[in-house]
Design a protein around this ligand. Structure first.
Ligand code: NDP
Ligand code: 2IT
Length: 485
């Protein structure tokens, strides 16, 4: 009887409050594992109050289920309804974005900014432009962002935004008009100490430039309201590289704990955008060999190693497809997406030592996870957000391999975004080496929190539990200290 056990420990008034609150929020018979019952009830309520948001339930479920040992140790989080409050965004801004294409046709898209939690600092998180974007997708990303940002140790709250606009196949002028229309609504909700958006899928340096230009025109202010800016106008050195580099630094730490090294490791990487490209670059710099990359049309397998120069030329400069990359390099096999295994993704079906998902959510299924283990992979570090399904995560955790969940392993991007904010507000610019050194230290700090917290709660090496508890605890403590709002 968890609640009663707890109530015998403390002060009488507090104990009464515990029992009253438990009675209010837990329609349970007070038997069995009450913190787990409570979490289940919160999740059920979420299904009813926010219908049809499967990725959001997945993200919330993964985090909340991992909190059980913390809630048993620290029931105040339950009594003060921290969990009910944390799963509800502080503010959700949904808006219409109308723009005209190069032929004068009018298009209407949806725009989103979900300002999820500001306990630790101004809202911070990327914008995603992709046809699959819905409020469900933005909500799961915003929720993950709260805990990721907390793990960085920097003063940033959690948010995410975006649109179902598809930049693929659009001209530069169409992308510019869309970004201007998007910012024409968004500008009134953001600011350098209010909410600072950045890039994500489909939003890179080009889009940030158009968004920034429109913000400046509308507000008459030249300030650090976005991160990932161009280097000549307030951007930070190493921001472009930060997420991919950080993922590899995180993997290095996980491997070292097991007395292994990244040097000489054969690696699978998915995606071929910002995160994947700079994961590949850092793997080469540290003496590993990346042999795959992918886009939504197909996968490249190149046993002699991905040709980074050609990849950058095709994807960053020409905005082309990997089918084009395959034609220009030697030793590359191209597997079209139509030929993928029914239960997963071709990119995870090759022999290797380590895997770095860098494309999108749920890109590692349970069958993919089993195939990775069967093929010899002993380290998985996620660049993409919620890369693995919850069943796939269970496979990794049960196997005891090094597994770094996205909210820990890919936090280097948002961390360097915060370093960009710091440079902007102090009107200085740091060198590449200085930013990279800070990124290094931040990734080491995140790794340590995951590792130590997993030990503190009796699951050494379970970095999912470590990341979720360490991130949640910081946000929850700040919320408690700031009172009910
Ligand atoms: P990019 O737009 O630069 O690249 C995305 C890559 O993923 C492309 O290769 C794209 O292929 C592929 N992709 C996107 N959606 C799908 C899909 N539904 N199915 C298959 N492939 C897909 O984005 P980023 O590299 O910035 O982001 C990649 C991941 O990393 C995302 O999960 C993002 O949330 C996460 N992330 C990004 C950070 C950043 O700083 N940019 C920071 C932390 C996490 P195609 O071109 O065919 O669409
Ligand atoms: O998912 C992420 O952390 C990002 N897309 C980066 C967010 C940011 O504010 O740099």
């Amino acid at each position: 009887m968890f609640w009663l056990r707890v109530s015998q420990r403390g002060r009488p008034e507090y104990n009464r409050l515990i029992v009253q609150t438990a009675a209010l929020s837990c329609a349970s018979d007070f038997e069995g594992n009450l913190s787990m019952d409570y979490v289940r009830q919160v999740l059920e309520r979420l299904h009813r109050s926010s219908p049809a948001q499967p990725e959001y339930y997945q993200a919330a479920g993964e985090i909340l289920r991992n909190l059980q040992p913390l809630l048993e140790k620290q029931p105040a989080y339950l009594h003060e309804a921290i969990i009910e409050r944390i799963v509800e965004p502080e503010r959700q801004i949904l808006f219409r974005v109308c723009w005209t294409d190069d032929h004068g046709r009018i298009h209407v898209n949806k725009g989103y900014r979900i300002q999820f939690n500001s306990a630790l600092g101004p809202y911070k998180g990327g914008l995603r432009f992709h046809p699959s974007v819905t409020s469900n997708v933005i909500k799961f990303l915003g929720f993950e962002q709260i805990f990721k940002n907390a793990l960085t140790g920097l003063p940033i709250g959690g948010a995410k935004g975006g649109s179902d606009f598809d930049p693929k196949g659009k001209s530069d002028t169409e992308v510019m008009r869309f970004c201007q229309a998007f910012m024409t609504e968004l500008f009134r909700h953001i600011g350098p100490t209010v909410d600072v958006p950045a890039g994500d899928i489909g939003v890179g340096a080009r889009e940030i430039g158009y968004l920034y230009g429109q913000y400046k025109r509308l507000t008459h202010r030249y300030e650090g309201v976005l991160t990932g800016k161009g280097l000549a106008w307030g951007g930070s050195l190493a921001r472009k590289e930060a997420t991919g580099y950080g993922v590899v630094y995180f993997a290095q730490h996980m491997l070292r704990e097991k007395r292994q090294d990244i040097v000489g490791k054969t690696c699978l990487v998915s995606g071929s955008g910002n995160v994947a490209t700079y994961t590949i670059e850092k793997l080469y710099q540290l003496g590993a060999k990346p042999i795959t990359c992918s886009d939504s049309s197909g996968t490249i397998h190149q046993p002699n190693g991905i040709d980074l120069a050609v990849l950058k030329q095709v994807k960053e400069v020409e905005r082309g497809r990997l089918s084009e990359y395959a034609k220009r390099t030697k030793g590359a096999t191209y597997v079209p997406a139509a030929d993928y295994p029914q239960d997963g993704h071709a990119v995870w079906r090759f022999k290797a030592d380590a895997a770095f998902p860098g494309a999108t959510q749920n890109e590692v299924t349970v069958a993919d996870a089993r195939a990775l283990l069967a093929n010899g992979v002993t380290c998985v570090a996620e660049g993409s957000n919620m890369a693995s399904t919850n069943d796939a995560i269970d496979v990794f955790i049960d196997s005891g391999i090094c597994y770094g969940p996205g909210k820990a392993a890919n936090a280097g991007g948002v961390a360097v975004s915060q370093l960009e904010m710091a440079q902007n507000s102090s009107m200085t610019a740091w060198t590449f080496e200085e930013v990279d050194a800070r990124l290094h230290a931040i990734m080491e700090g995140i790794y340590r929190q995951c590792s130590e917290t997993s030990k503190e709660f009796g699951n050494p090496g379970n970095f999912v539990m470590g990341a979720n508890i360490a991130g949640f605890r910081k946000v929850a403590d700040a919320m408690r200290q700031q009172g009910v709002y």
